[in-house]
Design a protein around this ligand. Structure first.
Ligand code: ZN
Length: 394
């Protein structure tokens, strides 16, 4: 539906006046107008002009799953279901998180990624209200959830495909309703003071209590944060209470220094929804995991500083192709449900997808090292190879 005007534009460009006679034109116009453009009228007028070229036949070939899912403006009208795995799946019966709630606001609204399973939407409503009432967190700024029908995205995340993942900014919600423009332009605040450490002025007890609150619900399977945030949580967890078992769900991952990522487990009994293995029960604070992360972080920081990488540059690497066939079979049903006509490789991306892909990064990049920090780290060991910037798939 959102795609039709585009099909029409493409067609008008390709075939000029012929557009009025194609089967696409009436669908985009009121029935009366279409009836007026009857075959007889056209037959009278056209011989006066040069016969228009017929439209180029469509190849009928499908683009990749990213383009297909990014182009659908609305949800699949089917029973709600998270289908497949977080990084390889789609969403049936998704519902939107309203842009404004009593204790939350959705950011980057042009991305149209405020969709989720009903379980995720209800979870965010509950978390925002509990965090405000019980922890003094003024309200959630909600980043990306999923596209209306889930699936892989043109930009950003590897996961967020099944309507069970949500990014939440670590910046408190301001005490007023943000304008649409502010939701596009405001940049989240990084909690880092350098590539390896949080800034305690920014990563305060309030943020710790918010993450603890999010981790405390049984339906939460994982929370992803930057390794420096994980380390700080390990050191300061008790500000949020003596019981620190929640720490085990909070795992380190790249990039999560201005937001944290909440991942729900598959709702019980939901067929075709694939969980990741549950956390082992350890806090993740001792032993190898955090040490490994720190050695990777150091290598990455050294390499990025030596290469003088612009921390805020958009990722340049092309994504690997993601054919529709990589997704569970039911995802094709999800795409076509409600009469949605699939994008063909001959179509341009519709505005909904173009806008989402062009939207500004939600937060700053990881800072580089100072010269003194660089020299210090170089004394400590060998320079490693650059590491891929990845999103959580574990
Ligand atoms: Zn995320």
């Amino acid at each position: 539906m959102g795609r039709l005007p585009l099909s029409l534009i493409v067609l008008l460009l390709c075939s000029g006046v012929a557009a009025a006679q194609t089967n696409l034109a009436p669908a985009a116009e009121p029935a009366e107008t279409a009836a007026a453009e009857s075959a007889e009228t056209a037959a009278v007028e056209l011989p006066e002009r040069k016969p228009p070229k017929p439209p180029e036949p469509k190849s009928g070939k499908l683009p990749g799953a990213r383009e297909l899912f990014a182009s659908v403006p609305g949800p699949a009208p089917l029973a709600a279901r998270a289908i497949g795995f977080y990084s390889k799946g789609c969403l049936a019966g998704g519902i939107p998180l309203p842009l404004n709630g009593p204790d939350w606001q959705v950011m980057r609204t042009t991305r149209n990624r405020n969709w989720g399973s009903p379980q995720l939407v209800h979870f965010l409503e509950r978390l925002s209200s509990d965090a405000r009432a019980l922890d003094g967190w003024p309200g959630l700024l909600v980043g990306d959830m999923s596209q209306p029908r889930g699936g892989p995205m043109l930009t950003g995340h590897t996961s967020h495909q099944v309507g069970l993942d949500a990014d939440i900014w670590l910046t408190p919600m301001p005490d007023r309703i943000l304008t649409a423009q502010e939701r596009e332009d405001t940049t989240a605040v990084s909690m880092l003071k350098d590539p390896l450490h949080v800034d305690p002025e920014k990563f305060t007890d309030l943020q710790i209590k918010l993450i603890r609150r999010a981790a405390s619900y049984p339906q939460v399977a994982r929370i992803f944060v930057h390794p420096a945030i994980k380390k700080s949580l390990c050191e300061r967890a008790e500000v949020a209470g003596k019981d620190t078992r929640w720490l085990g769900k909070v795992r380190p991952w790249w990039n999560h220094h201005y937001h944290f990522h909440v991942r729900l487990a598959c709702p019980p009994g939901m067929e075709g929804c694939k969980n990741q293995p549950p956390v082992s029960g350890d806090s993740g604070c001792d032993g190898k995991e955090l040490d490994n992360w720190y050695s990777m972080l150091k290598k990455s920081a050294i390499w990025r500083t030596q290469q003088n990488i612009d921390p805020d540059a958009k990722p340049s690497g092309k994504k690997k192709p993601f054919p529709l066939g990589n997704l569970p079979n039911d995802c094709k049903t999800v795409l076509t449900a409600g009469g949605n006509e699939l994008l063909s490789v001959d179509d341009e991306l519709p505005p909904v997808a173009v806008k989402a892909a062009a939207s500004k990064e939600a937060g700053p990049g990881v800072p580089l090292l100072s010269e003194a920090q660089l020299q210090n780290l170089l004394k400590g060991g060998k320079i490693g190879i650059p590491l891929p910037e990845r999103n959580p798939v574990r």
